[in-house]
Design a protein around this ligand. Structure first.
Ligand SMILES: Nc1ncnc2c1ncn2[C@@H]1O[C@H](COP(=O)(O)OP(=O)(O)OP(=O)(O)O)[C@@H](O)[C@H]1O
Ligand SMILES: O=C(O)[C@H](O)CO
Length: 379
């Protein structure tokens, strides 16, 4: 019996990973009744990691009252694994982009303070090992808010105390670690990054990801300049240079701060996820893998779910088709090795219509039909 593996990321703002896969699975059963379909709900370190890992690992979900990116009180979750000392923290729970309505998005104001509060809560409960998923953030404060919540103090050139935000990050001239939570010295951080971008520069956090968080071109330039100066300060005072480090630019530079201040290891989020799910074990006898996400473009090739899946399947010579809501930069994606591209939403359909869950499912079913026509002789 031929086997098709589904490892499709959520279509953000539209359907969860599980919803997309259930819809694709149902249509595949109609088209290929003799094929076995194996579903792997996935996430890349950004939004969805906690839920995806909760489906695989034995984990207690904890609710904590923290601050969202605009410092409003909100409820956020994290997990504690059955060993009682490992916390699974998804930064997007406290500092994610969906927590901020589109007109309010402002990376100059937004802070990762809530992510630091989640870490502090887990430390208080005895956790000393952290699996932290980063990405899908509303912030570009280079982790300043998180560090503030953990006791690090930042000052401007006149000695005024600063509070975490993109704007303040640009003004840091000195920092004081004496009040940093001492329990962090015993803590081990493994970080699942949704992208492999460096801290600063033209592939860095500000230039690539601040536009989707509402930054103007002038703000992007300032944020990048601020990050360069902050990177130099970290180099001088902590002896760590994160400016070119892969993953340091994830979640608005949070990756860089986790590495420099907390000694974190930065890993591709999709690999952390796939290792936990023992994904490689289903590949040797698979005939096809289908992956996808809401919108595929050049960011897809910067370490997002579909590129992680493609890399693994290529090791076993299994062809991978990409099925995403929208697909841009088709040539680059084909060059990267995808065997077929299936854009679910018709290109003339307005986005507001395409992201309605029922419309999206109907479009997905049509995309599976197109795939079935192409793959008929192979499956
Ligand atoms: N069914 C759909 N059809 C067309 N576009 C969609 C659909 N679902 C989501 N999108 C669009 O995809 C974009 C989100 O892309 P995606 O789901 O790939 O997440 P992302 O922002 O790249 O983050 P990440 O991959 O890190 O989770 C949004 O602009 C959303 O409107
Ligand atoms: O949060 C962000 O900036 C993006 O998801 C990349 O990590």
């Amino acid at each position: 019996m031929k086997k098709i593996v589904l490892a499709i990321d959520s279509y953000k703002g539209c359907l969860s990973s599980k919803e997309v896969e259930t819809c694709v699975e149902q249509e595949l059963h109609v088209r290929f009744p003799d094929c076995k379909v194996v579903c792997f709900p996935v996430a890349d370190g950004g939004e969805g990691l906690l839920e995806a890992l909760a489906g695989i690992l034995d984990m207690q979900l904890i609710h904590a009252e923290v601050h969202d990116p605009l410092m409003r009180v909100c409820d956020a979750r994290y997990g504690i694994l059955e060993d009682g000392v490992t916390a699974v923290i998804e930064m997007a729970e406290a500092s994610g982009l969906p927590l901020v309505a589109v007109p309010e998005r402002d990376p100059m104001r937004a802070s990762t303070f809530g992510t630091g509060e989640l870490i502090a809560d887990a430390l208080q409960k005895g956790c000393r090992k952290f699996l932290t998923g980063i990405g899908g953030s509303a912030t570009n404060d280079a982790g300043m808010g998180m560090l503030e919540a953990l006791g690090v103090r930042f000052f401007d050139e006149n000695g005024f105390l600063l509070h975490g935000s993109g704007e303040s990050m640009c003004r840091i001239s000195r920092m004081d670690l004496t009040l940093m939570d001492s329990r962090l010295k015993e803590a081990d951080f493994q970080v699942a990054c949704d992208v492999d971008n460096p801290f600063c520069g033209e592939r860095g956090a500000a230039y690539v990801f601040a536009p989707q968080k509402g930054a103007s071109p002038e703000q992007i330039r300032r944020l990048d300049e601020g990050m360069r100066r902050f990177a130099a300060l970290m180099r001088r005072t902590l002896g760590k240079d994160v400016s070119c480090l892969a993953g340091a630019g994830a979640a608005g530079g949070l990756g860089g701060a986790l590495c420099a201040f907390l000694g974190a290891r930065l890993l591709p989020g999709i690999d952390v996820m796939l290792d936990a799910a023992r994904f490689d074990e289903v590949l040797p006898d698979a005939s096809l893998v289908i992956t996808g996400e809401g919108c595929s473009d050049l960011q897809t090739l910067m370490g997002k779910v579909p590129s992680g899946i493609l890399r693994r399947a290529q090791r076993f010579d299994v062809p991978v088709c990409l099925m995403s809501g929208r697909i841009e930069e088709k040539d680059a994606l084909l060059r990267a090795g995808f065997a077929g591209l299936f854009e679910a939403s018709p290109s003339d359909m307005p986005l507001e219509e395409a992201v309605k869950p029922e419309t999206a499912k109907e479009n997905l079913r049509r995309a599976v039909q197109a795939l079935a026509r192409l793959m008929e002789d192979k499956l």
